[in-house]
Ligand binder design. Structure first.
Ligand SMILES: Cc1cc2nc3c(=O)[nH]c(=O)nc-3n(C[C@H](O)[C@H](O)[C@H](O)COP(=O)(O)O)c2cc1C
Length: 244
């Protein structure tokens, strides 16, 4: 079983996305999976130019010669694809979106009805289904901040002839994983354990229980305390930098 994860945070290894993705992948690896992480920020991926050359001129081949060639091979080989992204303006980061748009060359122009909905068929003849999982974090405290990105993830999985939505592991107030280490170490550990166990379940069961999907989002701080602490920190940071 191959698990391929994309980390689309520009903060890469310094970010919360990395922490939760790595914890999930460690769980998947402990259950016997081959794992791979792609830092999209490090990759050379040009914007889709919308020319449709990959459909009508050189079928399956993009006009851009860049790191998408390798990424498409990695996607082909994967059984589970993890889309790791912080919430940026209620959706995926630009790094993730640029990569997603370039996957258009893997489809064909023809239109078919799948479950009564118009879709493009996949270019490849293979029937292997790849499970698609969202792992995300955000700055605000409410879980509803993930509604648009989850909706988008589900739609993407339906669009792929060979895709299947696997679920979403979302962590509100990502900063709390560090900020609450002193005050609520058990809570932080329980969240990280849930990400790890989700990696195990994804590999051993091919799905992630609702309980684990809930557990990774467990509140680590009250909303009142979060707003207070965050604003104090922001005032401090601004003051620190203005005195330099
Ligand atoms: C450009 C930008 C847009 C953001 N938009 C949102 C948002 O819409 N909602 C939210 O809760 N957090 C938002 N955030 C906060 C990030 O989701 C948060 O800082 C997250 O922890 C970053 O993940 P990382 O540490 O992996 O980079 C935004 C941050 C940036 C830089």
């Amino acid at each position: 079983m191959r698990v391929l994860a994309f980390n689309s945070s520009p903060r890469m290894k310094k970010g919360v996305t990395d922490k939760i993705l790595q914890t999930f992948l460690a769980g998947a690896e402990s259950a016997g999976a081959d794992i791979d992480m792609v830092y999209l920020t490090k990759k050379k991926i040009k914007f889709c130019s919308g020319c449709f050359n990959c459909w009508f001129v050189h079928p399956g081949k993009c006009i851009h010669d860049d790191d998408m060639l390798e990424i498409r091979q990695q996607i082909k080989a994967a059984d589970i694809i993890v889309f790791g992204s912080p919430v940026y303006f209620d959706g995926f980061t630009a790094q993730m979106k640029v990569m997603l748009d370039r996957l258009i060359s893997g489809g064909m122009p023809f239109i078919e009805l799948r479950e009564g909905h118009s879709r493009h068929p996949s270019r490849g003849k293979e029937v292997k289904i790849r499970k698609m999982l969202l792992i995300s974090t955000c700055g605000f405290g409410e879980k509803d901040n993930f509604e648009p990105i989850i909706h988008h993830m589900k739609a993407i999985a339906k669009n792929f002839a060979t895709g299947e939505y696997m679920g979403a592991l979302v962590r509100p107030v990502g900063s709390a994983l560090e900020m609450m280490q002193d005050k609520n170490p058990e809570g932080v550990q329980a969240v990280l354990d849930a990400f790890h166990q989700a990696g195990v379940e994804a590999v051993t069961k091919g799905s992630i229980s609702e309980e684990l999907q809930e557990a990774v989002s467990a509140p680590l701080i009250s909303m009142k305390e979060f707003v207070k602490r965050a604003n104090v920190k922001f005032h401090e940071l601004i003051a620190e930098n203005s005195s330099n």
